[in-house]
Unconditional design. Structure first.
Length: 450
């Protein structure tokens, strides 16, 4: 059996690395890695699509990822802050109450204890008020989440929240308010990161077990010929041509490419599935990375910025993930900005975004313009999957369709879920196991019920 794997990010490479069957990974870019690509320039190393650290609630997955990296691992301790009213507050906010001014501290603690908001019925905003109270909700959780998700918190559903946003025990919140040290989100208090080469070292290590990655192959058209799937890098291609058009044939397919691109490429996708897929919301991400001719930056790993007047929602410091990420005597800082077409940010040029970020970093006393020796602005189209309930309904329908016609989906952009590397790898290994066990008999798309 020959299996075609669409997309060579972490999910696609993991499937290929674990398949017993012949397979090929079709990747539109010149190298695999997808979201986990790393830039190495002028001695600086940073992740192109935002900082990626290795952590998981599932210790087996941490062990697996660390083992893949062999000796190329650095272990670090989180030192995150939240920039609130000019103060650097310990992260997560509820564990940093002592860093607030006394009035803010009182309001957070009082409302956390007194909290009489009813259990959430439908949306994330209700969930925040119910679990954290008005103080924590309005000072940090709502403004920060509305920045990163780029939608009002009441438009976000509940399905994704449990497990992703831990609820602190009351003892910890009281201790934090009176100045006793506590830690939250302990599953990522210590994390791993490649010592050299940035997070791309992880898919690169996986890639070593994959012999058949076809780069520069954008999947543009998928159709059936008898029982076989045909995949072409051209909308109009029917066979080989001298102009770089190519058609590959497989007994089975797995898709890890964005669900929107799969639906658009597949011949005969029913209009209602196209409509459902096109209704899915996602946020794009801009990263603005700045290298500095100084090692003066504080030893923070990341700073969260809820202030709606500041364009970026998070800053990270790649040299705190691994000391090899910046040359001696220099350092590096990366700002992340969530954006969508039409929001004003999306339309800014790279130069305008860079100037805006440097301006705010100067205000935060993190950067002096004269110290900037490197900069790059990068854009990731499918950054964050927006978890609204409407989206969930459309998604269930579309996923059921692709599963039914014999194209399983795997990974963050294919399944359109807010999942990290650990879950992508876990699910990819399960799909590979399933394909190894099953003799797949894909069905004809036109016969599949929607
Ligand atoms: C800002 C940010 C920070 C994150 N931080 C962390 C973190 O700290 N820790 C963590 O564990 N996870 C983190 N993640 C999540 C992690 O990036 C993903 O879970 C994981 O990399 C997804 O891998 P994937 O293979 O499913 O998708 P992708 O990496 O998107 O792979 C899809 C691949 O398909 C290719 N492709 C797309 N269209 C086509 C086409 N038409 N034809 C052929 N190929 C195509 C793409 O080029 C890409 O290589 C973060 C994500 C973001 C956005």
């Amino acid at each position: 059996m020959a299996i075609g794997i669409l997309g060579g990010g972490l999910a696609g490479l993991t499937i290929a690395a674990h398949l017993d069957h012949d397979c090929e990974v079709l990747e539109k870019e010149s190298r695999g890695g997808g979201h986990c690509q790393t830039v190495q320039e002028q001695g600086f190393t940073y992740d192109a699509g935002g900082p990626h650290i290795i952590f998981s609630r599932n210790q087996e997955m941490v062990d697996y990822m660390v083992a893949l990296l062999g000796d190329n691992v650095h272990r670090a301790r989180r030192n995150n802050k939240i920039f609130y009213k000019g103060r650097y507050v310990k992260y997560p906010f509820e564990n940093g109450l002592f860093d607030l001014d006394p009035q803010d501290r009182f309001e957070c603690l009082y409302h956390y204890i007194k909290n009489d908001y009813p259990p959430p019925q439908t949306n994330f905003k209700e969930w925040i008020y119910h679990h954290f109270g008005k103080g924590l909700a309005e000072k940090y959780l709502i403004p920060y989440n509305e920045k990163i998700w780029n939608v009002p918190a009441e438009e976000l559903g509940l399905e994704w929240v449990e497990g992703r946003v831990p609820k602190p025990p009351i003892e910890d919140v009281i201790k934090a308010a009176v100045g006793v040290e506590t830690e939250g989100y302990t599953h990522q208090l210590y994390f791993h990161y490649p010592a050299h080469g940035g997070i791309e070292s992880l898919p690169r290590a996986m890639r070593e077990c994959v012999h058949n990655l076809v780069p520069d192959f954008p999947v543009e058209r998928i159709w059936k010929e008898g029982s076989r799937w045909c995949v072409s890098n051209s909308q109009s291609a029917q066979g080989q041509s001298s102009q770089g058009q190519s058609t590959r044939r497989y007994d089975a397919l797995v898709s890890t490419i964005p669900i929107q691109e799969l639906a658009a490429s597949l011949d005969g996708t029913p209009p209602e599935i196209l409509t459902a897929v096109n209704a899915l919301r996602y946020n794009s991400l801009v990263t603005v990375t700045i290298g500095l001719n100084t090692a003066r930056l504080p030893d923070y790993t990341a700073i969260y910025v809820p202030d709606p007047e500041v364009r970026f929602h998070r800053l990270s410091f790649p040299a705190s993930f691994s000391p090899h990420n910046a040359p001696p005597g220099q350092t590096i800082i990366q700002a992340e900005i969530t954006t969508n077409p039409g929001d004003g940010t999306h339309e800014l040029t790279d130069e305008e975004l860079l100037a805006d970020v440097i301006h705010d970093l100067q205000d935060m006393d993190l950067v002096r313009r004269s110290e900037v020796c490197y900069s790059r602005v990068l854009r990731t189209k499918y950054g964050y999957v927006v978890q609204n309930d409407d989206c969930r309904r459309h998604l269930h329908r579309a996923k059921a369709y692709f599963e039914q016609i014999g194209i399983p989906l795997c990974g963050r952009v294919a399944e359109f879920e807010y999942i990290n590397m650990d879950v992508c790898i876990e699910r990819a290994r399960k799909i590979a196991d399933r394909l190894n066990r099953e003799a797949l008999v894909p069905r004809d798309p036109v016969e599949a019920a929607v």
